[in-house]
Design a protein around this ligand. Sequence first.
Ligand code: PAF
Length: 277
Amino acid sequence: MQIIKGKKELAGAIAGLRAAGRLALVPTMGALHDGHLALVREARRRADSVLASIFVNPLQFNDAGDLDRYPRDEAGDAAKLEAAGCEAVWLPTPGDLYPPGFATSVHVAGITERWEGAHRPGHFDGVATVVTKLFTNVRPDIALFGEKDWQQLALIRRMTRDLDLGVEIVGLPTVRDADGLALSSRNALLSPAERAVAPTLNRTLDAMRTAIREGQSVAAAEQAARDALAAAGFGPIDYVAHVDADSLEPLAQAGDNSRIIAAATLGKVRLIDNRAG
Ligand code: PAF
């Protein structure tokens, strides 16, 4: 597997990868788990060569402590990517993507205003800006993202269409541990006691879905979910919501295209999850 560091090196490597046919990009922030590797394996099926990027994007962290705590494991990540069948990994530096004088920010209106957008000011502009930069540097035919960050996936789809970026966006279902906890690089930061409680988030969203489908009002189901999370020790609970899967607007009634999304903190670790409504 090629390990690509600079931007010049990237251009040369991409020319070689492109010669093989369709090129897939799997953007990541490292600390890779089976969810990321599932994206690489699916990329392998859909393209002729696969390039992953690892970049802990400072622009999408609204909390400096969160950026400092973000787990990093470059050598371990490279070994996992190679085993999963990646041809190349790109490790840009902040200076590669945001050189001195960099003054542009990509903002996707609407979809980004609520939920994660409201609780993490600037986060989605950071995501949209870095994904645009990754796309314009790599020019992939296809890019793969996990559904765990549902709102992020919706904004990337919108942005790719709006800006005619010409990249096919593929979202893959969340990969979970056997007890239902969605895999996340942040899970490594949970204490053993918090790790034991964390699957309550998934179970609570499942129960909320069942309650709404069985006729409970959305408002009552949302409140019951918040109460269940608080009783399990989560707090603060940023949001638990039943929304339209594409626009992320709140949905007061059960619907065919609905999604249940939530974000809540356990100890010092903020967890997010979602499921079909
Ligand atoms: O989901 C992530 O890991 C990041 O938000 C992404 C898409 C790689 C952009 O930094």
